[in-house]
Ligand binder design. Structure first.
Ligand code: ADP
Ligand code: MG
Length: 612
């Protein structure tokens, strides 16, 4: 049967009478409400355009906290006369041409909505000139109708002037907050952009006063440049409290800085998270970072961080939010655990427990890190869980620096560093098997092998459950041949081995190709690592009837831990102790041997028959 096709024309639409095509000016005004919520949103959009245009210098002029005037001047690529004329139209964009581009968005803008939205709710004047052009162009617009286009003499780059924002949207204009609040929002937006672009200079002049002036960093290295910029943005006196982060996995890479635990703040104001250069709010990922600080910072305080995730745009969707502040990953859990692992590792390898002289009293809160260590060690005897330890500590009224409790301990302690009595630096290795360190009430002795096994075991379990062990690629992939029994076992274990960071695949016959090993594995003969882990696995299976993840984690830990006889550097000893106390059960090895033995000064006194 033939069905007559209806041809839709604008006339037929009008007849329908219910749904009507909106006048352009109205639809722009509605769209504007999504994109431009307050002066700060306009600032953000304009500055992002400047950054997209490759500007090296961006200056923002404000009057009346943006409600009278917002002007963004940049030295970016500028626009041709034609482009300048149409860029104020809705969906005019130079950044995306077809649907396929949506997957590979790298620039800030891409919807061509910002300029038209701003022009719908303010008086906008645009001046622009490309470096090669003789004359520039000026375009003035009121309420979406293109007004005038005039050739002008202008500097290279673009200047966009926005006057009387929301003049025609009284509801919004009347609901602007007091100038200091609007200014604060503007500063927040600029801080975020400045953080993500340390090689660009940013200046703000507000009612004639210079409010901010961040110079472009000249550092060659991105991380150095970033640290300078963080210092500017957060007004840090020194960069001492920043720990650098840099890790690459096959799924994403992470770089930036996190604050030492003692630099925590009472508010979240110093947290910056970026995905492919775009600032995002992502509660779940922020939590990944906080949780890595578990037991290291008091409740109700927040570590500072500026963390940049870089990920193939195909794995993230940035198009879920009008202001693009939210993103979705195709594997949120994966990103969570990678991030957490990396932050933990950074905290673990850094000297996270500062010596007593460093325990900086924060406002209204005094942290005594020596006491934290003491209590953690004491927890071993009293059977506290780490959670309880930190709670008791942080709720107890902590006094200032610990008093040196015993002359005896002081006198006897051989000093490795003569620095001002910093007990945290006192670390010795005994018989290349035990690490000794002083605590307030005496001495602790750490069994290096047992402690390292505990650390590796917990990391392995974590990797096995989240599937994201960090891998270290071999320079030359190796083909390994196995006997039939081992090969069957190996096939069973391949998915778990991958989770741990082994990069391997079957390679015909009974051989496999090994491309990478877990990043934690002691450097050495990577070839035998896999063999040894399998051997250990079989042994545990028979002797201790261990199975699955438990067995594999124990095997990995047993095979990769430092053995007695290995001389440790000062740094390694520090890392060992710090990481041990990041473990959930630091006081025993996975096999149940103690990792720590404590000798108190009281005990020593008794032994020496000294009257208490
Ligand atoms: P989008 O950034 O999403 O493309 P906008 O409305 O913000 O949309 O900008 C529209 C177009 O105007 C941009 O694609 C760009 O080509 C041009 N443009 C805007 N601002 C600038 C600028 N400061 N320098 C050079 N070109 C600009
Ligand atoms: Mg834009």
């Amino acid at each position: 049967m033939e069905v007559e096709k209806e041809v839709i024309t604008s006339a037929s639409l009008d007849e329908a009478n219910v749904i009507r095509q909106m006048p352009v000016a109205l639809s722009n005004k509605i769209a504007a409400g999504e994109v431009v919520q307050r002066p700060a949103s306009a600032v953000k959009e304009l500055m992002e355009n400047s950054l997209d245009a490759g500007a090296q210098e961006i200056t923002l002029f404000l009057k009346g906290a943006g409600s009278e005037l917002i002007q963004v001047v940049d030295n970016g690529c500028g626009m041709s006369r034609q482009d300048a004329r149409i860029c104020l139209n809705r969906h005019a964009t130079s950044k995306i041409r077809g649907i396929e581009d949506l997957d590979s968005i790298r620039t800030f803008g891409f919807r061509g909505e910002a300029l038209s939205s701003i022009a719908a709710i303010a008086n906008v004047t645009l001046r622009t000139k490309r470096a090669g052009d003789e004359m520039g162009t000026e375009v003035s617009v009121d309420g979406s109708e293109v007004g005038t286009v005039t050739p002008i003499a202008a500097a290279d780059g673009t200047s966009v002037t926005v006057r009387n924002i929301f003049y025609n949207v009284p509801a919004r204009r009347n609901f602007l907050k007091k100038p200091s609040t609007e200014l604060k929002h503007i500063l927040d937006s600029v801080h975020v952009l400045a953080m993500a672009n340390p090689s660009v200079s940013f200046r703000i002049v507000s009612d004639g006063n210079e409010l901010l002036n961040f110079r472009a960093s000249s550092a060659e290295n991105n991380l150095d440049a970033l640290s300078e910029r963080i210092g500017d943005v957060l007004s840090l006196k020194s960069l001492h409290n920043l720990l650098s982060v840099r890790e690459t996995t096959s799924y994403l890479s992470v770089s930036g800085f996190i604050g030492r635990p003692e630099s925590v703040r009472r508010s979240r104001g110093q947290q910056f998270l970026f995905v492919n250069g775009r600032s995002v709010r992502h509660r779940y990922l922020e939590h990944a970072i906080f949780s890595a600080y578990e037991y290291l910072v008091p409740d109700g305080t927040y570590p500072l961080f500026a963390v940049f995730l870089s990920i193939d745009p195909r794995h993230v969707d940035v198009n879920v939010h009008p202001t693009k502040a939210e993103v979705k990953f195709d594997d949120e859990r994966g990103v969570y655990s990678i991030l957490r692992t990396i932050v933990r590792k950074t905290l673990g390898t850094a000297e996270i427990i500062p010596d007593a002289g460093d325990a900086i009293p924060l406002k209204g809160l005094k942290l005594d890190f020596d006491a934290i260590k003491k209590e953690s060690y004491d927890g071993y005897n009293s059977g506290w869980s780490p959670g309880q330890v930190s709670e008791q500590l942080y709720n107890a009224p902590l006094t200032g620096l610990p008093s040196r409790s015993s002359e005896a301990g002081e006198e006897l302690a051989p000093r490795e560093s003569s620095g001002a009595g910093s007990s945290a630096e006192l670390l010795w290795q005994l018989h290349d098997a035990y690490v000794l360190t002083q605590i307030r009430t005496g001495l602790v002795i750490v069994d290096q092998q047992a402690a390292h096994e505990r650390i590796l075991y917990e990391k392995a379990l974590e990797s096995l459950s989240d599937g994201f062990g960090l891998s270290q690629q071999l320079l030359f992939p190796r083909t390994l041949e196995f006997d039939a029994a081992d090969f069957v076992l190996l096939q069973e274990l391949i998915p778990d081995l991958r989770s741990l960071g082994f990069d391997l695949e079957q390679f015909g016959g009974r051989s496999i190709m090994l491309r990478g090993v877990p990043a934690d594995m002691v450097a050495g003969d990577e070839r035998s690592v896999l063999d040894e882990v399998l051997e250990q696995y079989k042994h545990f299976e028979v002797v201790e009837q261990l199975t699955g993840h438990e067995n594999l984690a124990r095997s990995i830990a047993r095979k990769s831990a430092v053995k007695p006889g290995k001389r440790l550097s000062h740094r390694e000893m520090r890392a060992l102790i710090d990481q041990l106390f990041l473990c959930s059960t630091p006081y025993s090895s996975p096999g149940g041997r103690p990792t720590i033995v404590k000798l108190s000064v009281d005990e020593l006194r008794e032994r020496f028959n000294k009257k208490l």
